[in-house]
Design a protein around this ligand. Sequence first.
Ligand code: 6PG
Length: 258
Amino acid sequence: MKMVPPAPANRPNLEIYADAEALAHCCLELFCDCAAEAIQARGYFYTAIPGGKTPRRFFELLGGTTEGRLPAWDKIHLFWSDERCVPPDSAESNYRVAAEAFLNKVPIPEKNVHRVLTELGDWPLAARRYEQSIRDAFGPPTGQSPHFDLIILGMGSDGHIASLFRGSCAVLDKKNLVAAVNSPNVSPADRITFTPALLTAASAILVLITGMEKAQIVRRVFTGPPNEIDYPVHVLFSVLHKTIFLLDAPAAELIHST
Ligand code: 6PG
């Protein structure tokens, strides 16, 4: 994968930036490079973005890109790696956060914005519908998981990614691409999430981790033995060759860059 520099064998590919602003600019560069390559090679760029606070500066930068800087928006298919089971106009909605930060500012066709239909109110149904919308967007079934060109994730202070939380059976879901989960330790508890099968099928994965509040979990997940149930971010340790962890210095404070 041209965009992702080769990681040392079986070691996480960590890139450390002075601060969250520098990290957001790097994320924008990687996003644009990946988009340009995918569109040139295959005509379209399939990507998924996370919720949470970490990607918001990247989203703002994305909203400020001029047409010349970013490839044609009509060639980009946008999904969410997870969504909270709240109405799309809720302040907690990952879709609404992205819409306000960049979607409402760029000429991406509405048909290319694939949000989770959280107005359904039936979360397993919403997960099945979202999975079908992913399959439909990728075209005729190939018998394999659809390969996103780029999936961007954050990581929680407990080591979760997307809405794959500690102890969740969705972490072990090998059958579905999308799952409905209920995690009483977070609010809102009901979420729709990509499963590891879909995440790890991507051609490239970026995990954005910023802030000193993440320093402890960064040390734990990058120095301890892989344990997907306790630290779902470890599902990515099977695909380190196509994953880059972007950290700012405060988040990386307790580890040495590799
Ligand atoms: C969500 C996210 C979630 C997030 C992590 C990190 O819907 O909340 O997708 O997985 O990426 O919880 O959140 P912060 O970026 O706010 O630390």
